[in-house]
Design a binder for this molecule. Sequence first.
Ligand code: URA
Length: 172
Amino acid sequence: KQAVVGVGDSHADWLFVGEGPGADEDEIGEPFVGQAGKLLDNMLAAIQLRRGTDVYIANAVKCRPPGNRTPSEDELMACRPYLLKQIEMIKPRLIVALGGSAAKTLLQQTDVKVGELRGQILYAQGIPLVVTYHPSYLLRSPMEKAKAWEDLCFMRRTMRSLKEQTSIRPDS
Ligand code: URA
């Protein structure tokens, strides 16, 4: 129906990147408004964050892939310039890739395993990036929620130290 660009604070410290709009998102024009979105909102709340307040939410692809399938490499590459422009405009301190599609396009890697990338500080366009599971995956695999909680704690610690680094000014 429509391109779903993103939602939130256009100068947010946090940029969360999902995969692509589903049926609900395509209908409403906002990312993560369905079941996965409810879980994402709960994940944000667990680290004292709220959609729209210092948080921007975008997707790797801006249009709903037919039949809700995973976006192809070509589709990821076609939408990548829009995502890079969003990063350039928002200038987040930290990017959170939610799932493999976001990690793939942000890291420009074809073979991505979320389980192997989580818990590390990576970089996309020179900005620190962490990878965690996609909320839809967590809905299907609730046993992995404990790991997602570890990732949330890790990203909160990472943001804290990023803020500390910029508040330290060398003596003049
Ligand atoms: N899943 C996503 O990756 N993005 C959305 O916007 C909704 C569900």
